[in-house]
Design a protein around this ligand. Structure first.
Ligand SMILES: NC(=O)c1ccc[n+]([C@@H]2O[C@H](COP(=O)([O-])OP(=O)(O)OC[C@H]3O[C@@H](n4cnc5c(N)ncnc54)[C@H](OP(=O)(O)O)[C@@H]3O)[C@@H](O)[C@H]2O)c1
Length: 337
């Protein structure tokens, strides 16, 4: 049965005001938190581990939680209307479930689970990268506990992945080396961190429900138990390299270029992961997304126009990525994982 605002209790406000977020000081969470605050429509509360060294965007409220004490998480989530989870991939596997269970006990109706990756409907890609079944289990748990989810399919984060070393988009800016997968012409979907932030803020700023049967405007309820698809650029490594050369004022001669077969690179990375060497994970993940016959290309599904997301400049985003290199190098443990 579709829900309408007209059928809600008298004091009902047709929009999400109170948003809780895990990782508001992290890579993507900080962009989402900033974009939410910029709308002026939300209070944003960061749920953060006691003793976390994180700093948060100005205006974010902070609630300390302890993953070994559920009452702290439930208390922090009471009264929140939406929980956004942007959890470090290095967090223990059961952490996501602890949050979702606490959200259910606190009465939070909506959860954005960890994800921020490829198309959830591309089952083969999800299985091959090992991420799909985990994300599906996370979504299923949310539904089983009587809540609803909205997940984000954005492809790789362009700026982060460009900056993140050879195992990601193949660039090592310190060594000026580039590993090109196959002939470098396969296109994959990417979104900048800022574009993901804008998309999430846009969805959470929509009316929660249509006013009545005659209201055909876009609402948050349109996205429930579905994915939001977005992009910044659908680009090949060759496209990225041309942009990098423009931005850095370099030429082919300045770069050490090697070629590698994507399928071999995927198999090598997977073999490393299977023996517990997580350094192989990014290698496997990114190589798989550039398979010429099944790349991570979301072009046909992106909802940029629906969400009124801006077109961005590839070269400006390349510069933003280069500016991130040093920051990511400080996150040694994370970037090896
Ligand atoms: N599309 C892409 O290219 C791409 C790239 C990377 C990641 N991702 C996805 O995005 C998600 C978020 O990644 P991110 O880089 O934004 O995360 P992140 O910045 O590494 O971490 C987010 C937050 O997780 C919390 N955290 C860290 N270690 C933890 C631990 N051991 N136990 C519990 N909490 C811990 C921290 O919050 P507090 O200290 O405040 O508690 C941290 O700020 C990933 O899990 C992955 O699904 C996508």
């Amino acid at each position: 049965m579709p829900k309408y605002a007209k059928n809600q209790p008298v004091n009902f406000k047709n929009g999400v005001e109170r948003v809780a977020i895990i990782g508001a000081g992290g890579t993507i969470g900080s962009h989402i938190a900033k974009a939410l605050l910029k709308t002026g429509r939300h209070t944003v509360t960061a749920l953060s581990r006691k003793g976390s060294g994180n700093t948060f965007p100005e205006g974010v409220l902070v609630a300390s939680i302890d993953y070994d004490d559920e009452t702290t998480i439930v208390a922090a989530l009471k009264g929140q209307q939406f929980l956004i989870i942007t959890m470090a991939p290095t967090a223990p596997r059961d952490t996501h479930s602890k949050l979702v269970q606490a959200a259910s006990k606190a009465g939070v109706p909506y959860v954005m689970p960890n994800g921020y990756a490829g198309d959830i409907d591309n089952i083969k890609l999800g299985e091959d990268t090992l991420l799909g079944p985990i994300a599906k289990a996370n979504r299923d748990e949310i539904e089983r506990l009587g809540m609803q989810w909205i997940t984000v399919c954005c492809g790789f984060w362009y700026d982060y992945s460009l900056a993140g070393g050879d195992a990601r988009f193949g660039f090592d800016f310190d060594k000026r080396s580039l590993t090109i997968y196959d002939d470098g012409s396969t296109k994959s979907s990417t979104s900048t961190l800022a574009q993901v932030g804008r998309a999430v803020a846009k969805v959470l700023s929509l009316k929660e429900f249509p006013e009545d049967e005659n209201d055909s405007s876009l609402t948050l309820s349109t996205f429930l138990n579905k994915a939001v698809y977005l992009k910044s650029f659908v680009v090949s490594q060759n496209d990225m390299f041309e942009s990098v050369k423009r931005v850095t004022g370099t030429t082919d001669a300045d770069w050490m270029i090697t070629h590698e077969n994507t399928k071999k690179r995927y198999e090598d990375g997977l073999a490393q992961v299977k023996v517990g060497n997580m350094a192989g994970f990014s290698k496997m993940l990114y190589a798989r997304a550039f398979y010429p016959d099944d790349s991570n290309n979301l072009s046909a599904k992106t909802q940029n126009e629906l969400l009124e997301l801006p077109d961005e400049s590839l070269d400006e985003s390349t510069q933003a990525g280069i500016d991130l290199v040093k920051e990511l190098q400080l996150r040694v443990e994370r970037m090896a994982a």
